[in-house]
Design a protein around this ligand. Structure first.
Ligand code: ZN
Length: 247
């Protein structure tokens, strides 16, 4: 899953910024950042349209189910994790390369992929939808404490709070893989759900857990989708009292 050296016969995807890419990238690597697209995945039609979008993505990039895909960036960034997550959902065998590729980033001319036929091998075992997340256990919220408690939320969300029953595991924890499973009370092979605001930070947690042998599933829509769905409840903590207590 995490690469330490170059993999032959793979397709390379660079998830850094356009300007970084232009300064030098791995030979033949295509630049791609899938941090932005958001999907509402509650009806069958929406799930089908989503799979169609993944099939088109595979085709537009000229990917093939037989050829592994290596996504690389300077470290395990959000754009690397979410882009790699969507490519894995589409059925690609995906590897992440977070360090050690820099010396080989000698190509500065943009690579244009040759489109292939559309295809998808949808990996629903990697994904959680809102309706699955509602019943999933254990489910970890990897946002900050104030977000988890419902004290703050981004302006794009109509309300704050968390998915009822979700446990808090801030993203920083996942960058220290040593002892992580113990801290979270997890075993290799166990199924675990993760979410954040837009499925990006939770994609980072997803890959770290997968790297440790946990069958992580990412709730892609996360609180951004959840907070817009009026039938889905949120849990919030009572405000923390500050200052002197009245006697
Ligand atoms: Zn939002």
């Amino acid at each position: 899953m995490f690469l330490r050296q170059k993999l032959e016969n793979a397709r390379y995807i660079d998830t850094r910024t356009e300007s970084e890419y232009r300064l030098g990238h791995l030979p033949g690597a295509v630049r791609l950042d899938l941090t932005e697209p958001r999907f509402r995945l509650r009806s069958q039609e929406e799930l089908q349209a989503f799979q169609q979008a993944l099939a088109e993505l595979n085709g537009a990039l000229g990917l093939s189910p037989e050829i592994p895909v290596v996504c690389y960036d300077d470290g395990l960034t959000g754009q690397l994790a979410r882009t790699a997550f969507l490519l894995a959902l589409a059925g690609n065998e995906v590897f992440l390369w977070t360090d050690g590729w820099q010396d080989e980033a000698t190509d500065s001319s943009p690579a244009v992929p040759e489109p292939s036929a559309r295809w998808v091998r949808f990996r629903e075992d990697l994904l959680l939808t809102a309706d699955q997340a509602q019943r999933f256990e254990p489910l970890f919220d990897v946002r900050t404490k104030p977000e988890y408690r419902g004290e703050v939320h981004p302006p794009c969300c109509p309300r704050g709070g968390r998915i009822p029953g979700a446990r808090h595991a801030p993203l920083e924890l996942f960058f220290e893989p040593e002892g992580l499973l113990q801290k979270l009370g997890l075993e290799p092979g166990q199924a675990v759900g993760v979410y954040c605001h837009s499925g990006t930070r939770s994609a980072v947690a997803f890959w770290m857990l997968r790297g440790l042998g946990v069958n992580a599933r990412n709730y892609l829509g996360s609180m951004h989708e959840w907070s817009h769905e009026t039938d889905l409840p949120v849990e919030v903590d009572p405000p923390v009292r500050r200052g002197r207590r009245k006697t």
